[in-house]
Design a protein around this ligand. Sequence first.
Ligand code: UD1
Ligand code: PEP
Length: 421
Amino acid sequence: MKKLIIHGGRRLKGEVTIGGAKNSTVALIPASILADTPVKFDSVPQILDVNNLQIILQSMNVTSEFAHGELSIDPTQIEEAELPSTAIKSLRASYYFMGSLLGRFHRATVTFPGGDNIGPRPIDQHVKGFVALGAEVEYDEDTVRISAPNGLHGTRIFLDMVSVGATINIILAAVRAEGQTILENAAKEPEIIDLATFLNNMGAKIRGAGTDTIRIDGVDKLEAHNTHTIIPDRIEAGTYLAMAAAQGDGVLVKNVIPEHLDAYIAKMEEAGVSLQINEDSIFVPRTDTLKPIKIKTAPFPGFATDLQQPITPMLTKASGESIIQETIYPERTRHIPELRKFGMDIESLTHGLIAIRPSSDFHGSTVAAAEIRAGASLMIAALMADGITTVKNADHILRGYDRLVWKVTNLNGDIQIIEED
Ligand SMILES: CC(=O)N[C@H]1[C@@H](OP(=O)(O)OP(=O)(O)OC[C@H]2O[C@@H](n3ccc(=O)[nH]c3=O)[C@H](O)[C@@H]2O)O[C@H](CO)[C@@H](O)[C@@H]1O
Ligand SMILES: C=C(OP(=O)(O)O)C(=O)O
């Protein structure tokens, strides 16, 4: 594992350009094996998840080349193979190969995924969709074996709960099935629209992505005729907005779709951050005093669970106690004991309820990132603290933050990355 060494207390200033969305990218790459032609993406983030997905592709004889933000994938010589469990376990989204292999070959054998340790992450809704489409699912120890010997047939599926992963996985399985699939109570995240755009541009027939009812008419072939540009990462953008409000002297965050951050922007403005919203960028002026706010995480378009940890350090500047209610992953609180090491007055009250109280004069510390967004909050706290901080297990952060060290350095941050000894 790598670690970040941050010399905090410096004011951040300048411009940062947001990369492509991790949560789009990690769906688009598994989706590429559904294509009958080579496919190409640009605005691809330089993150560890991409590297690990390339390793998984290679195990199926699917070649890929990634340079300067462009990723080319050639699935035309794909061979069924047992997928490498180490790479599968390095990220959550490897489970999208369940849907795309099922969609392509009518069978898939995939070990359970990894991803962030943020509490229970079952896949029962994914399986519900696969079975509804005609597949049989067996488990043995750490592996899921899915097969549809009689093919996949469109049907009506109502998700018991809103699930980004299940919505995406069912789309991947249904896009080449016989007939129409109607998916209800679907997730509405922008990354789902991004995936549907990619597939529809190859000839798929997906309607309603971004709403709670998605209709998929199965097609026989998918052929790419254009390069797909990945949407900006709204979670990376929100992280830099919070960082700029916490420690900035005027920061412009570029390549943003403000509409993807409506709930987050509303909360930052409620806290007293005078954001200047432009068409594809947001300026954050220096912000010295804030007002306490109450946040409740929810599926899109609500306040994203992935942003409750990054916004937390900023809220220590508020004049009173702020409350965060984490409704999606109530156990997503492993950043709290680490943030307290800086001197932050933050407390986990009850299941999923977090209090952030006014505190200042933070000091550098040695902390550990439990997962990607917990790590992001520690990085922001370290930039706010006087002295030197070591953030261990930084690979978690590098899973989803494009060129992190380069971007923070360009904002006048003193940050470097070294191998753990
Ligand atoms: C790669 C990716 O896109 N990751 C995102 C995705 O994760 P992921 O797709 O895993 O999250 P889901 O939207 O599926 O999870 C939402 C809630 O539903 C539960 N659930 C989910 C599936 C299931 O079959 N059964 C079940 O009970 C989960 O435990 C969780 O409590 O959405 C999360 C919620 O916005 C984000 O935090 C992650 O960044
Ligand atoms: C939980 C997250 O990612 P993943 O689902 O890939 O673990 C995240 O991006 O905050």
